[in-house]
Ligand binder design. Structure first.
Ligand code: MSP
Length: 481
């Protein structure tokens, strides 16, 4: 039987267009999803938008638009970007979708309430709209949230509280046993340290008259669900949990992996498992936590004004170039920097002078020789779904950069082999030996699209076709810039 594989991206705040940092979460998830499909797994890949939030409502007000009109246009820009980036998601969930999302979010709330884990308390706290979370006095710098450069709102109100503290020990146990995996190890340690200090209960609702958007609390319309409680529920509501058709939920839950950035680890590795435990549902198997894209040394963010628009890069260099940069040059588990200059330099080195040039060199020679065509055809059908062991190891441990590096190494080693053996000379001196060598190079080249397929799907297809048809590309795959 085929193995099922459920993978998600975070759902994105549609308070502005997405920048390259957001595209990063989605691209990494897409690479993993494609890899599993190529291995024969039955993959379900979810992405979406986190709409019931104050920052979205505020952005709509600033744009002088009705929230729904505003949301629709920003969400359309997300979908366009994902399609340009060839993101192979199966579903795009929107938390404003009352039909698809709300029943699941409400059902989850009801189950948590039935367990006795929600309690109304009066509360005074500092709310950071940028974080969509309460923050503490200690986290402020000169009265402002340092990440969002904005003073928090002082709120004094009645909220439902989720008894998160109750689940500290159980979550810790699940992480320690490996049943609930956090990748990489450094993030696992970080969350274990947090659990060691103990979790505090969290506010899970806001008074309905104080927030613009949001799902009404079941049984108490004077309150609306807290953004994160609503957003996390999308991972199961999207599968039909609490709705009319639970087929997908039955088949795909628990998630095999939630892909997230390091800033939202606490929500995914503490609050989310606690909600699921409370509701009596299985926990996701893995949380894969990537680092930040920085630009000029600081986290790429709208607040800091150092964003790079992925659509501009796509227009200039193509989507495959963006995907390759993100996979190859951003350290998957740490942070990685990108500037327009470093992007261009990497494009020329990896793609124009690297993969693109190698394909032209080898296929130009192959075109003029009589390599038994069969060899190539057999190669690409037999081995299309088998990856080198080191590549599998890298992707199974979510080390996307290590996987992409293996491609660069294969390209460099074929380049070296051409340099050392000079096949174009050999073919004149000893046609038989020359032909054999070129056939060997073509077979070597055939290993590249196999590894490229999850990362650069279009380029992989083109290379396979060229090999099959034994011809060089009519125009360079990646023109020099
Ligand atoms: N809406 C929440 C997630 C809810 S999931 C149930 C959210 N949205 S977000 O739009 O702010 O961020 C979405 C993703 O983009 C997160 O994984 C975040 O880490 C990632 N990134 C945002 N800026 C980033 C960089 N500069 N670099 C890498 N990833 C970054 O959080």
């Amino acid at each position: 039987m085929r193995k099922k594989f459920y993978i998600t991206t975070p759902i994105f705040y549609p308070n502005a267009r997405l920048h390259l940092g957001h595209a990063y979460s989605t691209t990494l998830a897409d690479i993993v999803a494609r890899y599993h499909r190529l291995r024969g797994d039955e993959v379900y890949f979810l992405t979406g938008a986190d709409e019931n939030t104050e920052k979205v409502a505020r952005a709509a007000r600033n744009a002088e638009q009705e929230p729904q009109t505003y949301l629709d246009s920003v969400v359309a820009s997300f979908k366009r970007l994902f399609s340009e980036l060839t993101i192979s998601s199966d579903q795009f969930i929107r938390t404003s979708d009352e039909e698809t999302h709300w029943p699941g979010a409400m059902e989850l709330w009801k189950r948590i309430a039935a367990r006795g884990d929600l309690e109304k308390r009066s509360y005074t706290g500092l709310y950071c709209v940028g974080h969509e979370a309460f923050i503490t006095e200690k986290e402020l710098s000169y009265g402002k949230c340092p990440e969002h450069d904005e003073a928090p709102q002082k709120l004094s109100e009645e909220n439902y509280f989720f008894k998160l503290s109750k689940y500290t020990a159980e979550i810790k146990k699940r992480i320690e046993s490996g049943e609930f995996a956090i990748v990489p190890q450094t993030r696992r340690n970080e969350i274990l340290a947090l659990l060691e200090r103990g979790l505090e209960d969290v506010s899970f609702s806001r008074p309905a008259d104080k927030v613009t958007l949001g799902i009404p609390v079941p049984g108490d319309p004077s309150q609306k669900m807290y953004v994160w409680c609503d957003a996390l529920a999308s991972y199961i509501s999207a599968l039909g949990f609490g709705g009319k058709d639970g087929t997908l939920f039955k088949k795909f839950w628990p998630a095999d992996v939630h892909v997230i950035g390091k800033d939202i680890l606490r929500f995914h590795a503490a609050i989310w498992p606690a909600m699921l435990l409370s509701a009596g549902l299985p926990l996701p198997r893995t949380i894969f936590v990537h680092g930040f894209i920085t630009s000029g040394g600081r986290k790429m963010s709208k607040t800091l004004g150092n964003v790079i628009d992925p659509e501009l890069l796509i227009k200039e260099y193509g989507a495959e170039a963006v995907r390759f940069y993100l996979a190859r040059h951003i350290s998957t588990f740490e942070d990685g920097d990108v500037t327009l200059e470093s992007f261009k330099a990497a494009y020329n080195a990896d793609l124009a002078n690297g993969i693109g040039n190698l394909v032209s060199r080898i296929m130009r020679m192959a075109e003029h020789t009589n390599i038994p065509k069969q060899t190539n055809e057999r190669k690409d059908t037999d081995d299309a779904h088998s990856f080198p062991q080191r590549f599998t190891d890298a992707l199974d441990s979510y080390n996307i950069q290590a996987a992409a590096t293996l491609i660069s190494e294969a390209v460099a080693s074929l380049d070296r082999r051409i340099q050392e053996t000079q096949p174009f000379k050999l073919i004149k001196e000893n046609p038989e030996k020359g032909n054999a060598l070129i056939a060997e190079l073509v077979n070597g080249l055939a290993s590249v699209p196999r590894m490229l397929a999850p990362i650069l799907p279009k380029t992989a297809d083109i290379i396979l076709t060229l090999i099959k048809e034994n011809r060089m590309p009519a125009t360079p795959l990646f023109p020099r810039r």
